[in-house]
Design a protein around this ligand. Structure first.
Ligand code: UDP
Length: 319
């Protein structure tokens, strides 16, 4: 399987101006596919799609998918990436986060029924909550606090998964559910509060690098190009149960901070700050299913991906 084998045609990308989706839009256009991006720009940025403006294969619509929407013409497929995705974003927009996962996703699933096209929906490693199984396999049901500060995101995505399975079972929709693990690269918002933008911007400015808690919690980081390749492969596959896409290369946050400071040749020191409530202690994808069904595994090493990411964050510093 290969992304370049994706059927040419017209794809709707919801949340198209976001970090991952804007890279996906570019890749789709480079493959000769037509793209209609829809975004309400609450966390996505018009600037992310600047390179596609005016391209004959690219169109965009400013719209909140929670509101009814009518799409003229046929579609080869729908990618649903619409949602705030960083802890500070979904804490700022908790109701919007729940509504987009529930009502927005329902609107898109209805379009998939109408257009008789496949739909790929993006869930998250957060459905595993603070996991009691490690690494996380798709068969694990998770350990989520529904009423904690992360509950709005976790439950929105769990509902999205349930709704997607319901449309598959009751309406025969060709659905694909991806569980995305931590992904990084150019176009992350410098101030989105996540660990990669925070550490890179702090290291580049020689400011203290803020490690939350004791830094022993772990995360596993996937470079954007690998993620996009995984999404494009999965769109081509009739497999209706979730598949994890992420890089199993796992680091403690403290080690990750030291690596970033070293790579940036920075004078930054580490400053410990309180650990946010319900911060997962470990996270690492089991990618056996992605390997087996998609023939996919990440190719970009952390140092290689971080180099490109630093180059991008340097441009954010001068803005
Ligand atoms: N984190 C940190 N310092 C920061 C930002 C985040 O130590 O300035 C930690 C955070 O507590 C978590 C990990 O880095 O353990 C990843 O956080 P992020 O917000 O990127 O995403 P999450 O994986 O928690 O959704």
């Amino acid at each position: 399987m290969n992304s370049s084998l994706l059927p040419k045609g017209r794809y709707l990308v919801a949340g198209g101006a976001g970090f991952i989706a804007s890279h996906l839009c570019e890749r789709l256009v480079s493959l000769g596919c037509e793209v209609l991006s829809i975004d309400n720009f609450i966390t996505g940025r018009p600037d992310n799609l600047r390179g596609l403006l005016g391209h004959r294969l690219f169109n965009q619509m400013e719209h909140d998918i929670v509101q009814p929407l009518k799409i003229e013409g046929g579609l080869a497929g729908i990618f649903n990436l619409a949602s705030p995705a960083s802890p500070i974003d979904y804490a700022k927009f908790p109701i919007e986060t729940l509504h987009v996962g529930a009502i927005g996703s329902d609107n898109l699933l209805k379009i998939a029924v109408e257009k008789k096209c496949p739909i790929l929906v993006t869930s998250t490693s957060e459905v595993y909550g603070d996991p009691l199984e490690h690494p996380q396999r798709e068969s694990y049901w998770g350990n989520v606090n529904p009423i904690g500060p992360r509950g709005c995101y976790d439950e929105s995505k769990r509902y999205l998964e349930a709704l997607t399975m319901a449309y598959h079972r009751a309406r025969g929709v060709r659905t694909r559910i991806v569980r995305i693990f931590n992904t990084y690269g150019p176009r992350m918002r410098a101030n989105d509060g996540r660990v990669v933008p925070n550490f890179c911007m702090q290291a580049l400015a020689n400011e203290d690098v803020t490690v939350y808690g004791d830094g022993k919690q772990t995360r596993s980081f996937c470079y954007i190009d690998d993620m996009v390749e995984g999404l494009l492969r999965f769109m081509q596959l009739d497999h209706f149960e979730p598949i994890n896409i992420g890089n199993p290369d796992e680091y403690t946050i403290l080690d990750f901070a030291s690596r970033i400071v070293e790579m940036a040749e920075s004078k930054s020191k580490i400053a410990f700050k309180p650990l946010p409530q319900d911060d997962p202690k470990t996270r690492c994808p089991d990618i056996a299913k992605a390997k087996k069904f998609l023939g996919w595994e990440p190719k970009v090493r952390l140092d290689e991906g971080l180099k490109k990411t630093f180059d991008y964050f340097r441009t954010c510093l001068v803005k």
